[in-house]
Design a protein around this ligand. Structure first.
Ligand code: GMT
Length: 377
């Protein structure tokens, strides 16, 4: 049996799919007996219960008076090096290239080559930040200096290669859900708080940034609700929220839309939905579609980025060109008006999530990458 490892994990702990994936991975690795050290500015929000193999090291920024901008990145790099030395870590696994992979590189320089680094690219760290000429060379350096680089979809691997001229190997490690948490929940009573028994529920969950095209969500719902008695549940918050509230008022949909704000128990909330709407402009993976899929909820969305690798068009959802709200509305109507078809999609969703994107398989893939960079067979 291969030896248990000591792993430092850095991610954005308070928001986003990348933080969720990093935290869930840490928990799963801890269950397998590895010692996990989160090195972040706050406790990761999905960390949950005490586990004897999980530790948290807080990055504190020194707000010294000469600093106009307190240097978080340097504080993180120093903390990584310090924790790695003190805890004799085998490796640092950083999620999101900027600044985490750069900080890991500095920590490695400080500690010597014995400390290995693994970088997981999640999406906007490449698709947005690597487009910025002032950051491009820095991201390329961080990628080249990582002992292994993984990305959450083939689409993201291709984008990374194209944008940054990277020729070194990038491992594909799809995102995953814990099947003990993400399964269709019994939500009959919860559902009745939002919709009558004859009404369908369409749901959108995101950080309400422009890239999510939440305006399209409202436009799709507006069309669907003309033909099918239904409600729209909007979960999450972000910069586009007020614009969306205005659009809903303009269309006179206030009585049919509920804003649920940020929610912790996504599996419970998502289980209420009949379909998930994900019309994003860009999505390297689309973790929320996987969370929905595992709970038996098909996705109606765009075919952007990595979404088609996750959602099988015509089996676990329907995908349309970005911005084609007519087609998305038609697809939603098709699914919501045919119970037999919906049940078929629902079963296909659960099967695909459990078999292709399950926690056991992906955790093992990451473990194999760790052993490879450490030269352990
Ligand atoms: O940009 C975001 O939406 C946040 C970002 C993150 O750090 O969570 O999301 C990216 O990573 C997620 C986890 O791997 C993916 O599921 C999202 O598709 C990806 N977002 C984009 O590509 C826009």
């Amino acid at each position: 049996m291969a030896r248990k490892l000591k792993i430092g994990i850095t991610c954005y702990p308070t928001l986003g799919g990348s933080g969720v994936v990093a935290t869930e991975l840490g928990k799963l690795l801890a269950e397998r007996g590895h010692e996990i050290h989160f090195i972040t500015h706050s406790i990761p929000f999905r960390l949950g219960h005490f586990n004897k193999n999980i530790f948290f090291h807080e990055v504190e920024v020194n707000d010294y008076y000469v600093f106009r901008y307190p240097p978080y990145d340097l504080a993180l790099a120093s903390k990584m090096a310090q924790v790695a030395k003190m805890q004799q870590l085998d490796l640092l696994h950083v999620h999101y290239a900027v600044p985490h992979a750069v900080c890991a590189y500095i920590a490695k320089q400080m500690n010597g080559d014995g400390l290995k680094t693994v970088t997981t690219l999640h999406g906007t760290d490449i698709t947005v930040l690597a487009q910025d000429e002032s950051l491009k060379d820095l991201i390329r350096l961080a990628i080249h200096q990582s002992d292994a680089v993984t990305a959450v979809s083939n689409d993201l691997i291709n984008e990374t290669r194209n944008l940054l001229d990277i020729t070194t190997p990038i491992d594909l490690t799809y995102n995953f859900v814990d099947k003990r948490v993400y399964y269709p929940r019994d939500v009959v009573s919860l559902r009745s708080d939002f919709a009558a028994p004859h009404e369908k529920i369409l749901m959108h969950i995101s950080n309400f940034r422009p890239v999510k095209r939440v305006g399209d969500v409202v436009d799709i719902f507006s069309r669907v609700s003309e033909k099918i008695p239904s409600k729209l549940l909007l979960v999450g918050e972000g910069p586009e929220l007020s614009k969306i509230q205005y659009r809903i008022r303009q269309l006179g949909l206030e009585d049919r839309v509920h804003f649920l704000g940020k929610q912790e128990d996504v599996a419970q909330v998502i289980s209420m939905a009949d379909v998930l709407l994900l019309p994003s402009e860009k999505e390297s993976f689309g973790l929320v579609a996987l969370e929905a899929m595992a709970c038996g909820v098909p996705t109606i969305g765009s075919n952007a980025g990595g979404i088609p690798e996750l959602v099988t068009h015509g089996e676990t959802g329907f995908l349309s060109p970005i911005g084609d709200v007519e087609d998305m509305a038609r697809n939603a109507e098709k699914l919501l008006s045919d119970e037999k078809l919906h049940e078929q999609f629902r079963q296909a969703c659960i099967f695909r999530a459990r078999n292709e994107f399950c926690n056991d398989v992906i955790t093992t893939q990451y473990e194999q990458i760790y052993y490879r960079v450490l030269g352990i067979e």
